[in-house]
Design a protein around this ligand. Sequence first.
Ligand SMILES: Nc1ncnc2c1ncn2[C@@H]1O[C@H](COP(=O)(O)OP(=O)(O)OP(=O)(O)O)[C@@H](O)[C@H]1O
Ligand SMILES: [Mg+2]
Length: 567
Amino acid sequence: MVRAGIYVTVFAPDKDSLAVRADALWGLLTGTGAGALDARAARARGVQGPLLRATRPLGRNDAPRYTTYKMYAETVGNAWAAIVRSPGTASGVLIGRAEGDGALVHLNIADRAFKNRLIDVFGGSGQGKSFFVQKFMLPVLLRNSWATAVDTVGGYETLCAIAGGQTIQLGGPRTAAINIWDGPRATEEELAARVRFVVRAHEVLLAESGRPITGRIRSVVGQGVRAVYTACRRGETPTERRLVDWLEEQATHQEDHEDKRLFKDVAADLYPYARDGEHAALVDRPTSFGFDTRLLAFHIDPKELRPDTPIYAFVMFAMTDIADRRDALAQAWGRRAGRGTVQHLLAIDEGWNILRHEAGQDWVAGIGRTGRHSGMVPMFVSQKLSDLTSNRAAAAYFDQTSLHFIFNMHDTNDESGVDPRQWIAGKLRLTDGEAARIGTLAGKEAADKKRLEYAQMFMIRTTKTASRPVRGVVNVPSSPEEAWLFASDPDDKEYRARMVRAVAADPEHPTGEEVYQAVCLLAEGATPAEVDAARQALPPGAAASDDIDERDTATAGTGGAPWIAAR
Ligand SMILES: Nc1ncnc2c1ncn2[C@@H]1O[C@H](COP(=O)(O)OP(=O)(O)OP(=O)(O)O)[C@@H](O)[C@H]1O
Ligand SMILES: [Mg+2]
């Protein structure tokens, strides 16, 4: 004989309909009519923990399996492991609550169920993509992971300030420099890999000059790159101008007119990137930043580096190398600290640009293959589905991806003429209702009407076992602190900057603690003017930060990273 227990939670919009629904259910369970179960029924009242325990033998709940799942939902019915309705994983970072029953949604990207760790984040402008990425990134960083971000809005500065990260500006008169030549080449193998990478990076630069990259051009560039490394073997810095010098010199030695032309043309195509060329400050200097900061955010100035230019494609391709080298550093750091694989989030706004060239496609395919064995977790963030529909490699990435976060896409007129919702629904085997839901996702305003209480997204994760992806709408809430930390609207950014200036001892160089303090003050509703006034009232010589908020100074260390101290 088998005895089974059924735990049912009844939801209703109000008390009266709850009574009606509960009675109907009671009849179904205990009645004798058609379809009734003839069960012994009991009605439970109480909070989840004790209620769940009451359903266990002897009222105990010490089986680890159930303790793990116990806190998953607010209702005893949903607390049962098998019927949890969260699209998230069993543990990990808390990212939000499932719409409807409010089950907590966790995400652990190392979860064994995932085929790989490829992630994409889609949605219209201002729907909460960057906010979500940062909200996820911060606790991941706190768990000793690494993160690299690339964006065009400059949204990561505050996160960098409080988490001991560094922001790197790319483009414009004050651009940082990326020297693709300076990677590891101590061994023959490393040198060969570096030559390959530098040649491919030049293919990216040259591809958009209009001249097809022939085998001959590839071989000329390859010779040149090797020649530059040979010339620099005593420790000189290999740079772009050395390649251009070499090409020009070779041109003078060529007897054949066509060969002469070829060397000259390739040199000329590289002029914008060398010596005093337009992009020389970015390309033709020693790399101006370190790779070993746990959080590094690149801010591409979209006015200076436009997405449809070779230099933009080059920067994106250089990111693959920076990410690989940072990943190697992260893993070495993890080994020293006696940890397993160190996770390394790589969040790239419009990351599809990496896939524009074969070189980038190979790199992404490599990450897909190494899957869970590498620490790298690429998150491609995008507004436009046309990036996917117009690029086979990008579409292939989307097909492989284990985790999709889709924010509202109400605009059905994508540039490609494809309805983005239908396209996604087809790819991910969503129902018509779910496809329509992508167009109605919306955040909820907080009671003070000044900010969003949460943003909404559709989370879809494919697993190795389930035939259809696990999915559901997730509300991504923000605390007042998070709202000020991750806000990207220009007005919000300006207001936050004013508060930082008001708090900082040196307004030009605020410390991480001061930035965090400013965020906390804003979250409490303080205004920059109040902080300024409080500072004026201080006796001369007293440090402003002592009086502003003592709780926050308690978290401060000596460096710029109160939460994530360098180890
Ligand atoms: N989960 C959230 N909770 C509260 N507020 C949010 C949330 N997500 C976004 N917001 C608000 O919406 C603003 C825009 O969000 P976000 O910068 O993430 O947009 P986006 O999707 O990245 O847009 P774009 O494609 O233009 O970069 C944020 O600055 C913030 O004020
Ligand atoms: Mg954004």
